[in-house]
Design a protein around this ligand. Structure first.
Ligand SMILES: NC(=O)c1ccc[n+]([C@@H]2O[C@H](COP(=O)([O-])OP(=O)(O)OC[C@H]3O[C@@H](n4cnc5c(N)ncnc54)[C@H](O)[C@@H]3O)[C@@H](O)[C@H]2O)c1
Length: 150
């Protein structure tokens, strides 16, 4: 099984509240493999930036893209990535659906979604439809109707 599949196998992000240690939350690659997981972070205010900081401490992850409709938050996130020695990420957030352009990137394997509640289901379903592994903050869905969104 390749390392990306192991990432998901060992990851339990969705609906957990993401309050665990980074290693448990984001999974651990098999030792000896050099492949890095490329992650996009959608929503980089307090919570999303917290996830970003945890991810930046990992050697098995690249942050390849970030998205936020608040350009001030994008600037802060980019600064943290640069200070950690990371390559400048592609950035999105020109409108509330610009995250869908991030989801089209071939160099994004997985996304961490830390936007307000009412975006969670839509963004998570869109991410999975785009073939990306998706980790989402609580809550995953807010209504019974959202549980049937496709
Ligand atoms: N802050 C915490 O301690 C905490 C703890 C547990 C769970 N959570 C959950 O994490 C999520 C984020 O928390 P927060 O405190 O950072 O929230 P927040 O509302 O402060 O930040 C959300 C960010 O998402 C951005 N955003 C909103 N709509 C967007 C869109 N369509 N596209 C791109 N970006 C968009 C906003 O500009 C903002 O920067 C929430 O769902 C919250 O319930 C937060």
């Amino acid at each position: 099984m390749n390392s990306r599949r192991n990432f998901i196998k060992k990851t339990s992000v969705v609906g957990t509240g993401i309050a665990m240690t980074p290693a448990f939350t984001y999974g651990i690659f098999e030792k000896g493999q050099n492949e890095k997981l490329n992650i996009g972070v959608i929503g980089v205010d307090d919570r999303g930036t917290g996830h970003l900081v945890n991810l930046l401490m990992r050697k098995d992850v690249n942050i390849t893209a970030i998205c936020d409709i608040d350009q001030g938050r994008i600037a802060i996130a980019k600064n943290k990535i640069a200070k950690a020695g990371g390559k400048a990420p592609k950035t999105f957030g020109s409108n509330t659906y610009d995250y869908r352009n991030l989801l089209e990137l071939s160099d994004v394997d997985a996304v961490v979604i830390a936007t307000p509640w009412l975006w969670h289901t839509r963004m998570t379903v869109d991410a999975m439809k785009a073939g990306k592994y998706a980790g989402v903050e609580v809550s995953a869905a807010n209504t019974m109707e959202e549980c049937w969104v496709s």
